[in-house]
Ligand binder design. Structure first.
Ligand SMILES: [Zn+2]
Ligand SMILES: [Zn+2]
Length: 432
């Protein structure tokens, strides 16, 4: 965390664009106090120098005296961008640096949305992961996720198990239903996220499943040569079923290199992009460091498809097979910009292209992928806002895991933490 953000509260952090908003900088500890009556110079740099209201000499400067230990001033925040507020204390002719504080101004559509972190693809020991489904949920909160689902291979029930384990305690992590869908004889991996349908159960009556795919296949335009029409029809069938049940059908890791080749075959991948039967594309998937080519290709593919004018909703996901292995878990996730954490809002926000995928490898500065304005804003959030959010989540996640372990007092601790992270996030936004 940047030292300014440890020693000071800046409030609000996120403000509406093209308006004047009062900002307060409040020291948190004795070692960083503002001396009452002392004079401070604040240099305001709109970081991209995007100006709407006026021309003028950048930086815009304010001279402010500390009152009751805090600095308050009201800059005009032009356009949608990050703002640097560089604070120095005046001592006679000398200026002593205090800190570099950051604020972000947003256009209305984004200002009305909160940023939520989520993992759309995680495994538990009910398929080939390590820990129980509920443990995966608790561990996800511990690393700052606001929502997730256990998406085991061919199994929907483990996701419900994760929900049920916390049915008797208040938690702020949203745990959704889900599964990784592997239709028979179809190499495409599909995530059913939050759908009410149990897809894996539908394949148990394989005869019925195959006949309904064949029926659908007859209604589809003829697939180009090189594509197995059954496999394509099966994808369309699955995505339709997931969508009908209110879920998000995610096209997973198309550039997974396995058995000496990428899977699924390139022609099928291309046809899926061309016809877009899926709801969202897993642009950043759970690849190990040695598999970095796969995510690089998925990002390149996304940009190329966008150039063709295709809107492509995206998610990033860890595809983790163990929370304590020191790999994948927490490396990749999604930030969804949504009015609320309710599923209908989250789902619609992803579909409306209000999401970015994040790659946050250990000891590296996180990167975001997706629409330019959201990437820009996400970088600010990951540097200035999420570190505090994640610390709050860590405590909740720890108590969730304690609760699963049967620890006394964990349920009470969860009661007392309820709503705290959400309230903290709302406070980052300017009121009214
Ligand atoms: Zn998979
Ligand atoms: Zn998986």
């Amino acid at each position: 965390m940047r030292t300014e953000n440890i020693s000071f509260d800046v409030s609000p952090r996120i403000v509406p664009a093209n308006r004047r908003t009062p900002i307060t900088i409040r020291p948190r500890y004795e070692h960083s106090v503002f001396r009452d009556g002392a004079e401070y110079v604040i240099s305001h740099f709109p970081a991209e120098e995007l100006l709407k209201r006026r021309s003028g000499k950048i930086p815009f400067t304010f001279r402010v005296r500390a009152t009751n230990g805090v600095l308050t001033f009201a800059p005009f925040f032009d356009e949608e961008q990050e703002h640097v507020l560089w604070v120095e204390q005046l001592e006679g002719e000398e200026k002593k640096p205090v800190g570099d504080f950051r604020v972000y101004s947003l256009q209305d559509d984004l200002f009305r949305r909160l940023p939520f972190k989520g993992d759309f693809h995680l495994h538990s020991c009910r398929s080939d992961g390590r820990e129980a489904p509920a443990y995966v949920a608790g561990a996800s909160r511990r690393i700052g996720m606001d929502f997730m689902a256990v998406t085991d291979h061919r199994r929907y029930e483990p996701s419900l198990e994760a929900q049920q384990a916390f049915a008797d305690v208040p938690i702020d992590l949203r745990i959704f239903a889900g599964e990784e869908v592997h239709p028979p004889d179809n190499p495409v991996h599909i995530i059913n996220f939050a759908g009410t349908v149990n897809m894996s159960a539908l394949f148990q009556d394989e005869k019925a499943y195959r006949s309904s795919v064949r029926k659908l296949q007859r209604t589809l335009p003829k697939a180009p040569s090189g594509i197995n029409p059954y496999q394509y029809a099966s994808c369309v069938w699955c995505f339709q079923k997931i969508r009908e049940s209110g879920g998000l059908g995610i096209f997973c890791h198309p550039y997974w290199f396995t058995n000496h080749r990428y899977t699924p075959p390139g022609a099928l991948t291309s046809y899926l992009f061309e016809t877009s039967p899926f709801d969202a594309f897993e642009i950043i998937g759970g690849f190990h460091r040695f598999e970095a080519d796969s995510n690089t290709l998925q990002v390149a593919r996304y940009h190329e498809e966008r150039l063709r004018g295709r809107p492509i909703p995206i998610v990033g996901a860890s595809d983790s097979h163990g929370c304590e292995r020191g790999e994948l878990f927490g490396w990749y996730y999604t930030i969804v910009f949504s009015p609320t954490l309710d599923w209908c809002d989250l789902r619609q926000s992803v579909l409306d292209l209000y999401s970015v995928a994040v790659e946050a490898l250990p000891n590296e500065i996180p990167r975001a992928y997706g629409p330019f304005r959201l990437v820009k804003y996400a970088l600010f959030l990951m540097r200035e806002v999420f570190p505090q959010h994640d610390e709050l989540c860590q405590e909740e996640g720890r108590q969730m895991l304690e609760y699963l372990a049967g620890a006394k007092g964990a349920a009470e601790a969860l009661y007392s933490l309820k709503g705290r992270t959400a309230a903290h996030m709302r406070r980052q936004f300017a009121q009214g």
